[in-house]
Design a protein around this ligand. Structure first.
Ligand code: NAD
Ligand code: DAU
Length: 350
């Protein structure tokens, strides 16, 4: 494992993983292969752009010919596939690109990995494939997948295909299922960077429904370490959950975020909920811990560190919020009903 193809490496987690690999392993080479959709951003890789061990190729993972050429040209031995359409709300508005990239694109990469006999194919997946998790349970890797949004369904489909390649062709695969990542370089459509930057701009924070949905907010660096451990110590054909192992309500996340910023709670605005919104995700991470991995940040520490990064890095997010994002925001939030919470039952669902 020395020559990595990091697909989707210009996105949020992929770019953090590229930084992580180049810092930790002096003899590793990294080729980032990325289509540069709205979510891809070469500013995320600015710090490594002069590193001779790094190369960038603009390309679509659905483009079989280009994928094969790049694998041959750079003598790739390992693929880590981060490339995906990733935002649940966009998948509800228009699932098409999700099916193409997340499902078909994964198949193209698997075929290429098989054709060239690669040492490892690692699939970056998500806790969303387990669907809503009732209180009292935390998802195990052996739990059935029960995705409920077009995004989650596309990721679950990809996981099943990756597993099929292991069983059928003995392709050396591993899969990791991460919880909600936060940290540097996350496109501000996702809740934490959206809320921090809205607050910094004095805009309301649109909390979906009662805000009592539960998520495991994980520091992206902890996720990267988990992937590294799986690549080096994981068992082939296996799935590993990666998260803090605890989850908090969205309203608690917002309170921590506002507290770190010193901004008022009056910025909170409850708005019409996301259709099919999963109330709770929760991961059991014992399997990865057994390989020696440990989460270094709890949800609160991860949120506070993320807030500080956005405060200190306006150069990164301000231009994004001026571009394509404005149109998206108007479409997603412009006509969204504002809720009067005194009329809404804020009861906890199981
Ligand atoms: P992101 O949206 O920030 O980045 C996705 C990247 O993939 C972008 O650089 C984009 O240009 C690229 N891309 C999209 N379609 C492509 C295509 N057809 N060909 C090549 N490149 C393409 O995503 P992220 O949040 O960094 O997520 C990365 C991976 O991690 C995804 O597979 C996602 O499902 C998974 N994941 C994300 C989270 C999270 O909280 N963000 C949690 C668990 C798992
Ligand atoms: O759980 C892992 C998943 O986390 C990843 O697989 C996805 O790629 C990533 O987008 C993320 O999905 P979520 O839907 O959980 O993340 P998002 O940031 O969109 O929303 C987090 C929570 O905040 C969720 O309960 C919905 C809520 N929310 C979100 C937005 C954008 C709001 O209340 N208001 C908002 O404006």
């Amino acid at each position: 494992m020395k020559n990595f193809l990091i697909t989707g490496g210009a996105g949020f987690i992929g770019s953090n993983f590229v930084h992580y690999l180049l810092e930790k392993y002096p003899d590793y080479r990294v080729v980032v292969y990325d289509k540069l959709t709205y979510a891809g951003n070469l500013n995320n890789l600015r710090d490594v752009s002069d590193d001779p061990r790094y190369a960038f190729v603009r390309g679509d993972i659905c483009d079989r010919e280009l994928v094969e050429r790049v694998i041959q040209e750079y003598q790739i031995d390992t693929i880590v596939n981060f490339a995906a359409e990733t935002h649940v709300d966009r998948s509800i508005m228009d699932p098409d690109a999700f099916i193409r990239t997340d499902v078909y694109g994964t198949y193209v990469l698997l075929e290429a990995a098989r054709k060239f006999g690669l040492e490892r194919y690692h699939q970056i997946s998500t806790d969303e494939v387990y669907g809503h998790v009732p209180h009292g349970h935390s998802s195990l890797e052996t739990d059935p997948v029960a995705p409920r949004s077009p995004y989650a369904a596309s990721k679950a489909s990809a996981d099943l295909m990756v597993h099929a390649y292991w069983v059928t062709y003995n392709l050396p695969v591993t899969i990791s299922r991460g919880s909600n990542n936060i940290g540097p370089y996350q496109y501000p459509e996702k809740v934490v960077p959206l809320f921090v930057t809205n607050a910094l701009e004095g805009k309301p924070l649109p909390v979906y429904g009662d805000g009592r949905q539960m998520r495991d907010y994980q520091w992206v660096g902890d996720h990267c370490e988990g992937i590294d451990v799986i690549l080096h110590k994981g068992e082939l054909g296996e799935i590993y959950n990666i998260g803090t192992g605890t989850e908090i309500e969205n309203l608690t996340m917002v309170e921590i975020l506002l507290d770190e910023l010193g901004a008022p709670r009056s910025l909170i605005q409850h708005v019409e909920d996301r259709p099919g919104h999963d109330r709770r995700y929760s991961l059991n991470v014992d399997k990865l811990k057994a390989l020696g991995w440990e989460s270094r940040h709890d949800c609160e520490a991860a949120i506070r560190a993320t807030v500080r990064w956005y405060v200190e890095n306006e150069w990164w997010w301000r231009p994004i919020k001026e571009g394509e994002f404005k149109e998206y925001y108007e479409k997603m939030y412009g006509n969204r009903k504002v809720l009067d919470m005194s009329e809404t039952s804020a009861s906890r669902e199981s």
